[in-house]
Ligand binder design. Structure first.
Ligand SMILES: *Cc1c(COP(=O)(O)O)cnc(C)c1O
Length: 225
């Protein structure tokens, strides 16, 4: 990994950061990236890292520390909740009462308040994590009284398409769930963040109201795995 390789990463990130409308947070989806690549991203202005696995995040955290924010963007397994609560500044992938309760319980033990997003399976794909759109409001009502969780919005992956336009209906549907919950003004629930859009679809996601985009490939290059 030479300087020009790392400079390319920095240039791509600088360009994308400048192109984003104000108020849109770029989460660098950093799975599989080496510490040097992550450091290059931070030096180009990245202030939030997204990880799919607690163990991988822990490894990089030991090197990078708290100079950036850490978002959990992958499915969180119950046996990883303890470490996740210690490490992450936000968990974007709450999709069940059980998981919410487990995170809350650990937060109580740690004396920590955890900002969380509810993950929606907007494509209603049977192999995907996330709560179905029609069940989101019920889930939020069930967990909104957990004292150490701060529900702050909605996240979705959406189906992966070759043509990013095809993702638009799923982003629209997610936005409408977001607005509906916002309008229903549930106690302790703040609908502030809408996290959707990846490398191929983030522009469309922003057009449809996303204010967090999670991007990996077009910052760092194609992943080997
Ligand atoms: C990998 C990943 C992304 C980013 O995907 P790219 O296509 O590499 O931009 C976004 N969100 C989640 C949950 C991911 O796992």
């Amino acid at each position: 990994m030479n300087d020009s390789y790392l400079n390319n990463i920095k240039e791509r990130i600088t360009r994308i950061l400048h192109s984003l409308p104000p108020g849109v947070l770029l989460v660098a989806a950093a799975k599989t990236r080496l510490p040097e690549e992550v450091k290059a991203a931070i030096s180009a202005g990245i202030n939030t890292l997204g990880y799919n696995y607690v163990q991988e995040a822990e490894r990089i955290y030991e090197i990078i520390g708290t100079s950036v924010k850490w978002h959990m963007i992958g499915h969180l397994q119950k046996n990883k909740v303890k470490k996740a609560v210690r490490l992450f500044d936000m968990i974007e992938t709450i999709d069940s009462v059980e998981l919410a309760q487990a995170v809350n319980k650990q937060c109580v033990a740690e004396g920590k308040i955890m900002p969380v997003l509810i993950e929606i399976n907007s494509g209603k794909e049977s192999n995907k994590t996330g709560v179905l759109p029609e069940n989101v409001e019920k889930l939020i009502h069930q967990i909104s009284n957990l004292p150490n969780l701060k529900i702050q919005g909605i996240m979705t992956m959406g189906p992966r398409f070759g043509n990013p336009e095809d993702a638009r209906p799923y982003f629209k549907a997610t936005r409408s769930v977001f607005e509906k919950i916002k309008d229903s003004d549930i106690a302790n629930v703040e609908m502030r963040y809408l996290s959707m859009g990846m490398s191929n679809s983030y522009k469309i996601a922003i057009e449809e109201g996303a204010n967090i985009v999670r991007i990996g490939t077009i910052l760092f290059g194609e992943r080997d795995s």
